[in-house]
Design a protein around this ligand. Sequence first.
Ligand code: FEO
Length: 392
Amino acid sequence: MIKQITPEIKYVGVDDLELDLFESQYVVPEGMSYNSYLILDEKVAVMDTVDARKGEEWLVQLEEALGGRKPDYLVVQHMEPDHSGSILALTQKYPDVVIVATAKALVFLGQFFDGVQFNTLAVKEGDTLELGAHTLRFFTAAMVHWPEVMVSFDTLDKVLFAADAFGKFGALSKCGYFGEEDDDWACEGRRYYFNICGKYGAPVQVLLKKVLPLAPAVIAPLHGPVLRENLGYYIDLYQTWSTYGVETEGVFVACASIHGGTMAVAERLKEILLAKGCPKVALADLTRDDQAEAVEDAFRYGRMVLCAASYDGGLFSPAYSFLHTLQMKAWQKRKVALVENGTWAPSAGKVMKEMFGAMKDVEIVGEMVSIRSRMKQNDLPALEALADAILQ
Ligand code: FEO
């Protein structure tokens, strides 16, 4: 689907509605978009390619958008295959095209396309590319989300081509190319951000400090809708997310239960927290719900209670896997409270304490509640006290 963004800039990306798992790990029930853009000036620039899964469809669409012209440049902002997968197909069709990328991206280009000779132009921080009326200015964006990444700023129309930043899960035919049918960008924008870039808050901050003073009028990411209205809303969210701030007041209760006993505790705790005036309590079943969504909620709220069963002398694996992911994503600056369950020798709490203890600025509050098999009447005072501790 070709969409006009400004008089000379077009959206030429593609949707993928058949993808089962993005990055072979994230469910995308609304599909995924691989965004690509075209600047038709005296010189013609293509901004990134698309996943090879959709390369053929993209090339047909690109040819139509080119209207008989040929691209002079292919700007490669990010070499991850969801964007670089159709580079070879493009250069085979347009052999004179010059690939513009950072030096590191050109190294990765050689790794992905071993033995292929490309026409290349390495650019670095602050370099510009004159297209005619349009000038692209490049800013390195290392670790947003790979080390070779750069973003590009069109100085004429003030379009920020933001690479993976400001992206979102979901196909554009579902949410609108400019997000016009999207009533909750943050829902999938947040799940995308924390699971893809969550670890890289500091590099995201570095990037924001470089590009926000340019006052972009349009943000054109590599996934998700083109943002051109109310940009302050998205930028404010990115400021909160990349500084590991609290977005929503409330408590996230995460639970890994084997036979339902631990889940009964988590549900009771949710009732207690609400009764004590907690503005919002989100409850996730780590055994069945999307763990990427649980990771998102762990970052969204400032407080978390983890309720987990013991297993094989350790921690039930869905909880272990969740904590391992939080460690990888640099989860930090949060308060946690713990509930363990075990029938003969509860062992979950020890592992949870060790894993949280290895995280930065994570404070374990209150007395861990240890349940034997099933919650009993005499466990309730300890649960009440735990709720008070996490709310304090
Ligand atoms: Fe959309 Fe990091 O690739």
